[in-house]
Design a protein around this ligand. Structure first.
Ligand SMILES: Nc1ncnc2c1ncn2[C@@H]1O[C@H](COP(=O)(O)OP(=O)(O)OP(=O)(O)O)[C@@H](O)[C@H]1O
Length: 406
């Protein structure tokens, strides 16, 4: 148990993989796997070791000869054979560790069914024979990680976790997720990439179909931002010579074609889907600030002030420039409006409520960083399921989530 804990945070788009104690993951690679099917034998019936397969960026490079798929959907594992192979490569080829000698930490989204935790335990103990296992709730880990940047350490706050496939708003009190109040928003990074791609297609940019998602994602990550208001921002792009336009220069990854693209209003209209969804998508109509506000208002009254004062951003899709400022301003406006109405109707002066958004320096991999901090803390050994416990009680040891810091 002396060797460092190995942490796998497998998201819908990217997996963050590395050793506890480090400040950043050793690998951030796509959660993609590409398997070659042998004629007549379905992939699901083949043994791991018989399989010719690739993970991460390699999976994309081999997609012409292999079947590309993503074992995690909207934050949850949806293909256990594939995630097992993914873990196998991660253990033996990337981390190059002997799993029998290490405790492993996996992460899970809020509301992960207990059956999924059991399945994770079964694979980890039976296939890999790991020394121990802990499965941590992503949002709680992200909140825990933020404490290393704060004097006022707390496990009460609201985590906004927005990755590639899913956005969650998760209120947490003293380390416990308030499950009944979690909000799921079906908009995340992949939708914004798709928005950028649609703009490129509408303008008939000459990009090969196999390259276009990647180009759209790169443009999004490099040039997109959150504006102050949509109406005023549109005007800034009215003049084709405006300095708001950007030039993307790159090479198509699959085809090797050089690309030069002028990037326009999609720079802010993509991320605007969080704040003006009704105007930009049919899938969702509530602005993010309204969702966060409603989530906190649904929580017990004595917690609300603390939940407003510690809103933590986690995940790649919260990285857009000005995302934190716009969210903070819109939220504060909603809070102040409500207090004003209260004052008008009751005649009493309410205590002001301050909304505070925290963007940790490790925001891109806040969950992984929190896991690394937690695995290095003295509390960790109390929550790990050991191999001995597994052998005695079986997968049911992982059924219940062990909360820490409560
Ligand atoms: N600088 C950036 N600006 C905007 N978006 C970014 C940036 N860097 C990464 N992203 C986006 O963040 C997303 C990946 O984030 P993250 O790794 O947190 O998600 P995930 O864990 O794979 O997904 P999920 O949490 O949905 O399971 C991708 O859509 C990626 O394009």
């Amino acid at each position: 148990m002396d060797k460092p804990v190995v942490i796998f945070d497998n998201g819908s788009g990217y997996s963050k993989i590395g050793l506890a104690g480090n400040n950043e993951p050793n690998y951030i690679i796509p959660s993609a796997i590409a398997c070659r099917e042998v004629v007549g034998v379905p992939v699901s019936r083949m043994q791991c070791e018989d399989l010719d397969y690739f993970i991460g960026d390699e999976a994309f490079r081999n997609q012409q000869t292999h079947n590309l798929s993503f074992p995690v959907r909207e934050g949850q594992v949806n293909n256990w054979d594939e995630i097992e192979r993914y873990w196998q490569r991660s253990i033996y080829s990337l981390m190059r560790v002997e799993p029998q000698e290490h405790v492993f930490m996996l992460t899970e989204p809020p509301m992960n069914p207990p059956e999924n935790r059991e399945q994770m335990a079964e694979i980890m103990f039976e296939t890999f024979d790991v020394a121990g296992l802990y499965i941590g709730v992503q949002a709680v880990l992200a909140l825990f990680g933020c404490n290393s940047y704060k004097d006022n350490k707390t496990l009460t706050g609201t985590v906004i976790d927005s990755g590639d496939g899913v956005t969650h708003i998760i209120p947490i009190a003293h380390g416990y997720v308030i499950s009944s109040c979690i909000k799921h928003i079906p908009i995340a990074g992949r939708d914004i990439t798709k928005y950028v791609v649609k703009a490129l297609r509408d303008r008939k940019e000459q990009i090969h179909p196999e390259d276009i998602m990647d180009v759209g994602r790169e443009i999004k990550e490099k040039f997109c931002y959150v504006c102050k208001t949509m109406e005023s921002e549109v005007k800034k792009f009215a003049d084709p010579g405006s300095d708001k336009f950007r030039i993307y220069e790159g090479v198509g990854k699959t085809t090797g074609t050089p690309l030069r693209i002028k990037v326009g209003t999609e720079r802010f209209l993509g991320p605007e889907v969080f704040f003006s969804p009704g105007k930009l998508t049919k899938d969702w109509d509530k602005p993010l600030d309204e969702c966060v506000d409603t989530t906190i208002q649904n929580c017990p009254i004595d917690l609300r002030r603390d939940l407003y004062s510690n809103i933590v951003l986690s995940g790649g899709t919260t990285l857009f420039n000005n995302f934190n400022k716009r969210l903070g301003d819109e939220m504060q406006r909603r809070i102040d409006d409500r207090l004003r109405k209260y004052r008008e109707t009751s005649g009493r002066e309410p205590q002001p409520i301050k909304c505070s958004i925290f963007s940790p320096p490790t925001q891109r991999y806040a969950v992984w960083y929190g896991a690394s901090q937690f695995a290095s803390s003295s509390d960790f050994k109390n929550v790990v399921h050991t191999r001995e416990q597994y052998l005695e009680y079986g997968p049911s040891i992982a059924r219940r989530n062990v909360v820490f810091g409560g």
